[in-house]
Structure formats: structure tokens, C-alpha cells
Design a protein around this ligand. Structure first.
Ligand SMILES: Cc1ncc(COP(=O)(O)O)c(C=O)c1O
Length: 380
């Protein structure tokens, strides 16, 4: 039976070059990068090379890269770090209704600590109008946090415009760039954000490593207290092997972004055409054009998408009903609900997220499997 993986927004298979980059760091280059002897310095060189490579992909300075355990930690470090450095200043955070759980749950925590949080509504394509941000900013606003690209539907937000507006009012800007990294060009200077969250495992790197990009001059209270690692911004012995894998994944992303995008757009168009031409009563979720090249989210009216997911898995096709976090809790995607879909529509939606190793034959197989599954599960 074929095995077709169409869940790359959940995680990606580490590229063989990434694994090759990491292996020596579990062997001869095992040192602690804070140690002054040769073993330590070898690990230090690997860590700093990784930092250079991550910075190069997004046009940042190396000193701005703070390695973290992933996107979740980066998002928490950004929100909590700004909040804790806000003593005596405004206690208002603006974000959107379609952020990743790590931003939404963290903002709920801040509310419990007495912060006011505004969660801005999006339109039916999942897009946040920057004008809404402008009119939500008050004297009390300390931070705006809006993601670059949505994990469930792929819609890209107008973060550069949002950042410009916020800065004119003296407000800091954070963006969750986890899904956008490596899939669309990112230049932190052009974006103009103060803080940017990244993760390696969505771009063929290892799980458990990411970064918070902290623009020079932005003061942030750390989440953790301990040693001087990452200039005191994230203490704890660095995960050197994972950082090295992340660095290699960033090199690959830089080299291959154009080719990957062409490949992914071709496959996605084939998938979309296959679905809409052979399965009735479907509806596209997400922005028709301003969207990640690998993401397709479709509502199949009347379908129980969770049952469909299980049936597809039995046929060797791995898809998702939305972010891994909400999938585990059997909730309708908060993103689709925020876009105005009914709970029933949201529960009938599947997310297909493609990757560079997918082929046309796999897409054709997936469409065939999907057609059979939808036909057999839809109420007659
Ligand atoms: C948009 C977005 N932000 C943050 C995260 C969390 O990243 P990590 O899995 O590295 O903690 C994810 C992962 O699903 C994501 O899709």
C-alpha cells in the first residue's frame, strides 16, 4: 500500500543532509559550547555556524538569533518577555483570533495576570485587515502579535503594514513566522517586526529547536533564569546538534525556495483540481491567492472529517483536520470558526499540506482515495 504524507504543516521528515549535519555532534563533537577547551570550542563553532545560517535565511544579524526549544517557546518568550518588561507601561496586547494555540493560550494567561487582550476578527479568507489593528491601538498597547502565515488554512497576513502602523504609535510587534519560514521569502528588515518566532521541524529540520529573533535594542525579560547562554536571553546548555540541523535546513531552504515553490504550487493545483472536479459540494478555506504554496484546506459538506482522516490513514494517506493541537482535543478548528464557518462546516474540513518529496502520482492516489472515502462516509 502506498504511504502518502500530506501533513507537512504538522511536521516534516528531516532532510538527509540535516541528519548528516547533526550526527558528528552526537559523536566526536559532543562538547559543551560554553567550555573553553577544544571539545567545547568545536561545539561552539557548530552552534555559531548554525546561528549564521538561520540569520542568513531571514536577513537578520547573528546576535539577534536566540535559539529556543521551538516555535511554542519562542512565542511564549516573546509575549511573556514583553509583558514582564512592561512594568509601569501599558498592559494591553493586540493579537488575532486565528493565531496558533501557543499565542492564544499565552495571551489567556496574560489576561489572568491582569493584561487586557484584544483578539481581532479576520475576514472569511482568514485575513486580518491592518486597519483593524490601527483602530485597536490605544495609549495602553504594548505589543501587537500577528502571525505571518496560518497553519490551518495558509492565509498570509499583511505583517509589514501592521508593523508600520504599530511603530508609528510606538508599539512593539511580534510575528509567529513558524509556518512561513522557508515557504515564502522573509526579510526581517523589510517586515519591520521587533520579534519573530521560528521553528526547524516545519522546514525539514529536527523537532525541538527553533529561534526567537530579537531585534537589536528590544529589551526582553527572559523566560528562564540560569547561566549566560544565548547572552543570558535563554539560559541552559544549548541543543547544539539540533541547532546544527536547523542551520542546515535553513541553507537548504535558501537554495531551494524557488524550486520548492514551483513544485508545491504545481502539486497543490493538481490536488485542488482533482478534488473540485471529482467530489461535489466542496468549498475552499483560506485566501485564494495570498496563501502558503503548500497548503490546501477544504470543507466537504456533510462529512465527518475525523472519520475521513481515519479512513484515509487506512488507505495510506496522512492528512489532518487542522493543527495537531486541536486535532488531539477533537475540537473544531478555531481558525475556521473565526473565518465564519459553522461548527458543522469546520468539522467537515480537511487540511492537506504538501512537501517537497511529494509526487504527482501520490497526489493522484490521494485524490482517488479521498473520493472513495467521502462517497462512503457522506450521509445519503
Ligand atoms: C503557526 C505555528 N506557530 C507555532 C507552532 C509551534 O511550533 P513548535 O512545534 O516548534 O513548538 C506551530 C506548530 O505547529 C505553528 O504551526
Amino acid at each position: 500500500m502506498p504511504s502518502v504524507y500530506l501533513d507537512h504543516n504538522a511536521t516534516t521528515r528531516p532532510h538527509p543532509d540535516v541528519v548528516r549535519e547533526m550526527l558528528p555532534l552526537f559523536g566526536e563533537a559532543f562538547g559543551n559550547p560554553s567550555s573553553l577547551h577544544g571539545f567545547g570550542q568545536q561545539a561552539r563553532r557548530a552552534l555559531e555556524l548554525a546561528r549564521q545560517r538561520v540569520a542568513a535565511l531571514i536577513g537578520a544579524e547573528e546576535v539577534e538569533i536566540v535559539f529556543t526549544s521551538g516555535g511554542t517557546e519562542a512565542n511564549n518568550a516573546a509575549l511573556l518577555g514583553v509583558a514582564r518588561s512592561s512594568a509601569g507601561r501599558g498592559r494591553h496586547l493586540i493579537t488575532s483570533a486565528v493565531e496558533h494555540q501557543s499565542v492564544l493560550a499565552c495571551s489567556e494567561h496574560l489576561e489572568r495576570l491582569g493584561f487586557r487582550v484584544t483578539r481581532l476578527a479576520v475576514d472569511s479568507a482568514g485575513w486580518l485587515d491592518p486597519a483593524r489593528v490601527a483602530s485597536a491601538i490605544t495609549e495602553e498597547t504594548r505589543l501587537v502579535s500577528v502571525m505571518l502565515a496560518n497553519n490551518d488554512v495558509g492565509t498570509l497576513q499583511s505583517v509589514a503594514e501592521i508593523a508600520k502602523t504599530a511603530h508609528e504609535r510606538g508599539v512593539l510587534v511580534h510575528s509567529d513566522g513558524v509556518q512561513a519560514l522557508g515557504k515564502v521569502p522573509i526579510d526581517v528588515r523589510e517586515l519591520g517586526v521587533d520579534l519573530l518566532s521560528l521553528s526547524a521541524h516545519k522546514i525539514y529540520g529536527p523537532q525541538g529547536i527553533g529561534a526567537l529573533v530579537v531585534s537589536s535594542g528590544v529589551g526582553l525579560e527572559p523566560l528562564l533564569f540560569g547561566g549566560h547562554q544565548e547572552r543570558g536571553r535563554r539560559p541552559g546548555t544549548e541543543n547544539v546538534a539540533a541547532a546544527a540541523g536547523f542551520g542546515r535546513a535553513c541553507v537548504l531552504a535558501r537554495q531551494r525556495m524557488e524550486a520548492r515553490t514551483r513544485h508545491l504550487l504545481g502539486l497543490r493545483e493538481r490536488l485542488e483540481r482533482g478534488i473540485f472536479e471529482t467530489i461535489p459540494d466542496c468549498r475552499l478555506n483560506g485566501h485564494p491567492t495570498r496563501r502558503l504554496p503548500n497548503t490546501l484546506n477544504v470543507t466537504f459538506l456533510g462529512l465527518d472529517a475525523e472519520l475521513a482522516l481515519m479512513s484515509l490513514a487506512e488507505l495510506g494517506v496522512a492528512v489532518s483536520t487542522g493543527s495537531a493541537c486541536s486535532a488531539a482535543s477533537h475540537q473544531a478548528s478555531h481558525v475556521l470558526v473565526a473565518m465564519g464557518r459553522s461548527r458543522e462546516e469546520a468539522r467537515g474540513s480537511l487540511r492537506f499540506s504538501l512537501g517537497e518529496e511529494n509526487t504527482e502520482a501520490e497526489i493522484d492516489y490521494a485524490v482517488g482515495a479521498l473520493r472513495r472515502v467521502v462517497e462512503s462516509l457522506r450521509p445519503r
